[in-house]
Write a protein that binds this ligand. Structure first.
Ligand SMILES: [Zn+2]
Length: 168
């Protein structure tokens, strides 16, 4: 059995509607050098390229599309000998999300996953492995969206389809 739950994560986050992912990917200042590209990425969205943001951005974005938690990124930073605290990692992930460089994926209350792929798509969540897999947005049709409360608009609808192994 597969359970499916839809999260309307934008309904409460209308404070940051301007950060459209399209505005981020529109810049043409990329060179293929990850370090330089991260610097350009940060400049495009108006974030000062501090040493910590550059280092964390480089670790985050140099490996292609992926889903990370703050703890995972913190561990990778440690292994790469980047001196940051877990709090800084949290702050940086949220700053990157606010400007549209990352997307937060709501899986459950205990863990926030951040997605380096900021294009429109949905997710499988494999429950016993705590692992996320992308679903192309064309594979999911959302039939009926709820009416947002007065004063809010739906920023986007994320679908998380929770998976578990079939019982034999
Ligand atoms: Zn994803």
């Amino acid at each position: 059995m597969t359970q499916s739950r839809a999260f309307v994560s934008g309904a409460t986050a209308s404070a940051v509607p301007a950060a459209s992912p399209r505005a981020v990917s529109a810049g043409g200042d990329r060179t293929g050098c990850p370090w330089h590209d991260v610097k350009a990425k940060l400049r495009e969205v108006g974030l000062r390229p501090t040493r910590q943001r550059l280092a964390l951005g480089w670790i985050l974005f140099a490996k292609g599309d992926r889903h990370v938690t703050a703890e995972m990124l913190y561990e990778e930073a440690n292994r790469a000998k980047v001196p940051v605290s877990l709090a800084t990692v949290y702050n940086t992930l949220h700053q990157f999300t606010e400007v549209g460089l990352l997307r937060q994926v709501a899986v459950d209350g205990s863990k926030a996953y951040f997605d380096t792929n900021n294009s429109e798509h949905h997710h499988f969540f494999i429950e016993d492995q705590n692992d996320l897999m992308d679903i192309p947005s064309s594979d999911v049709v959302v039939g009926k969206a709820p009416l947002p409360p007065e004063g809010y608009e739906i920023a986007r609808i994320d679908v998380v389809v929770r998976l578990r192994r079939k019982r034999k």
